[in-house]
Structure formats: C-alpha cells, structure tokens
Design a protein around this ligand. Structure first.
Ligand code: EPU
Length: 340
C-alpha cells in the first residue's frame, strides 16, 4: 500500500481545485481499502474515500487526514439480472456492460462521470431514472464497529440527490460493493421508456419509434455530450446546484411575475424548479471569477476554465446563491460535497 504525503487534491477531483492531503492512498482491492481505513484509525485522522472525484470539492487548505482513492474493480451479472459491482468500478462502464447484456434499469444513467461507490451517495439521476430505482443492497464497512454490513435499499433512505451516506451517516460507512436488480429485455418485447421530454424529443429527432435500451443509451450520450462539458476536458462537477423544490402556492406566486417559469410536478403539493433557468433569468450566465463560472450551454454546471482555486469558486457560488435569493426568494443548495 503506497502512502503519499501532501498530494495535491486538485489532481484527484474533476473541479481541479483543492490543496494537499496529509496522506493519500490508492486502494486497488477491498483488502487495501480496509487497510487504508485501519491506517487512518491508527493515526487517529479523519478519512475521506473518493472515486473519480467528480462530485467532491476540497478547499485550498486541502485535507488534514487520509484521502483514499477507491480503485477496487469487480463486475458480476447473473442471468436473473442481479448485478454486483465493486465500488471503484467506473459507473459508465457498468451501464455499458449491463445494456450490452440486454438488462434494463440503468440505461438513462449513461455517461454520468464517476464511480459506482459515488452513485448511491448522491442517488444519481438523469432523464427520469434514479440509482435508487434498481438498487437492491449495499455492502459497506461500518467504520464504528469495523464490521462489513449489508444495507437494504430502504435503509439507505434515498431521496432526490440524497441518502444516509450524505447526511446522517456521512462518515459511518465505506461503500464496498453495490447490488442492482435489473430487468431482462427480450427481443420484440415492449420496453418502457423513461418519461422525460428532452429524451423523447431526442429519439424523435433520431427517427427512432420503438427504442431499445441501446437506443436510449445512445440518445442519452448524445444529449449529455451536447449540453454538458466533459470533465476530462473542462473541469466541472456536473450540476453544481440541486433543483429547488417549492410549494405549489409559492410556484403560483412566482408564475404571476415569471409567466414562462418551467416546473415539474414533484408531489401533489410541490413543484421542482430548474436552477439552470433561475440562473439564466437572474442574469448570472456571464458571471465569472478567474475563469470559474456557469457553462454557457447549461448554466447549472460551473466550470473552471483557467485553473482557478477554491476561493474563486466560493466567490462565484455565494454570489449566485445571493442573487437567486434576492430575485426569487429561493435558496439554492449546492449539489457536490464540499469538504471543509
Ligand atoms: N434550463 C435553462 N437554462 C439553463 C439550463 C436549463 O433555462 O442554462 C431549463 C431548460 O430549458 C429546461 C430545464 O431547465 O426547461 C431543465 O433542464 P435539463 O433537462 O437540462 O435538466 P436540469 O434540471 O438542468 C437535471 C439534473 C442533471 C441531469 C438532467 C437530465 C439536477 C440538479 N440536475 O438537470 O444532472 O443530467 O436533469 O435528467 O437534478 C448532475 O447531477 O450532475 C446532472 C447533470
């Protein structure tokens, strides 16, 4: 197990900001992952496990503890659609293989950056599908007892971009593997397409009437590539803000002032608004600091185009949050995790 000291975290996150980690370890097996946990425990230091660093941000002060890059591989899919994958696997490789094997459930989550371990933390979602919809259980190391435990879908307490791994039990569990229950799609069988407008429009544009899961994956990849910046080329962490959820009453008040404000019915009493639209309408699309600012094709994504640091990013997101609040009286919540 190689232990690096003072490794700059900006090299291990897709936002490309972040100072040094006291210790940095790459874990290539579950055994090494557990060893890294023991190393941190021995030294009485906090531990952060990262995947590709695509939804995590460290400040310029770095991290006074142990950062472990999870690189544990393993993919097992049986004929009943039970898929067990180790947490260090690349998310999109897993989606690709499951679609190739004709199992449905993950196809709309194509081309999302990051690793399998990060997917349930944030309950990743796109085009009407969410990780929680097919997740069966999670195998995790309970850092309080040192035991390996199995958590059911219900125990993870998933909601929109949230789970117990993010809030309540932030450091309690290290996710080792994730098991999904997928559905076999036989040829000729009617396939229930995710009900999401822009995806359906894309399939119409591509002249596909009865899409297969492979068609859906291709359409999603085309959509994402056209709207979202590739983090390996332009540093970013995907959506920087969550889409805010407001009451129907608040929405009808806002509609009086902003007649074209788009919204999605979240529950019988609530609407989900679109942060990208709010940013654009508040005139924030051109705002930037040291090359950090909204992406022009999708304002919800903040890009770092000139090697800006965390301080610049903080100026930008605080200004955006304040302006959106001043204009709409809506508090925008940050979507990636910021480690302070
Ligand atoms: N919009 C604007 N201006 C913008 C961006 C969007 O007016 O700059 C409007 C669009 O016109 C559309 C609406 O906002 O009416 C929704 O846009 P879109 O379909 O692109 O989705 P989104 O709500 O902005 C969410 C997820 C994305 C996910 C897409 C597709 C969140 C915070 N974001 O974005 O997730 O890919 O839906 O399902 O829920 C991510 O989490 O990193 C991510 C990219």
């Amino acid at each position: 197990m190689d232990v690096l000291e003072n490794e700059l975290l900006k090299y291990h996150t897709t936002m490309k900001v972040g100072g040094p980690a006291k210790y940095f370890i790459t874990a290539n097996t579950i055994h090494e992952l557990i060893e890294a946990y023991k190393f941190a425990k021995q030294k009485n230091l906090p531990l952060e496990v990262i995947g590709d660093g695509s939804n995590i941000i460290f400040t310029d002060n770095g991290f006074d503890g142990v950062v472990v890059k999870n690189n544990t591989k393993g993919f097992k899919l049986n004929s009943n659609g039970i898929l067990k994958v180790n947490s260090g696997e690349k998310w999109d490789e897993v989606v690709k293989k499951s679609v190739q094997a004709n199992f449905s459930g993950l196809e709309a989550l194509s081309w999302i950056p990051g690793t399998v371990g990060g997917a349930p933390v944030n309950n990743i979602g796109a085009y009407g599908q969410e990780c929680k919809d097919t997740l069966l259980e999670i195998e995790a190391l309970d850092t309080t007892s040192g035991n390996i435990v199995t958590l059911s879908n219900k125990q993870c307490n998933f909601s929109y971009r949230d789970s117990i791994f993010k809030s309540l039990n932030r450091h309690k569990y290290i996710i080792l593997s994730v098991t999904f229950a997928l559905n076999k799609v036989s040829s000729g069988q009617q396939y229930n397409m995710p009900n999401y407008k822009s995806l359906q429009q894309k399939l119409i544009d591509l002249k596909i009437n009865n899409p297969t899961i492979k068609d859906v994956r291709n359409a999603v990849i085309k959509l994402r590539k056209s709207k979202l910046p590739d983090p390996t080329k332009i540093p970013n962490t995907g959506s920087f803000f969550k889409n805010p959820i407001v009451s129907n009453i608040k929405y009808s008040l806002l509609l009086k002032k902003y007649a074209d404000m788009p919204a999605y019915s979240y529950s019988s009493t609530e609407k989900k608004l679109y942060s990208g639209w709010l940013l654009e309408t508040a005139g924030l699309k051109q705002y930037s600091c040291n090359g950090i600012g909204p992406y022009q094709k999708q304002a919800l994504v903040i890009t770092n185009t000139k090697d800006g640091n965390y301080k610049d990013l903080e100026i930008v997101f605080k200004h955006i949050q304040k302006t959106v609040y001043d204009v709409f009286e809506i508090k925008l919540e940050i979507e990636p995790e910021i480690i302070k």
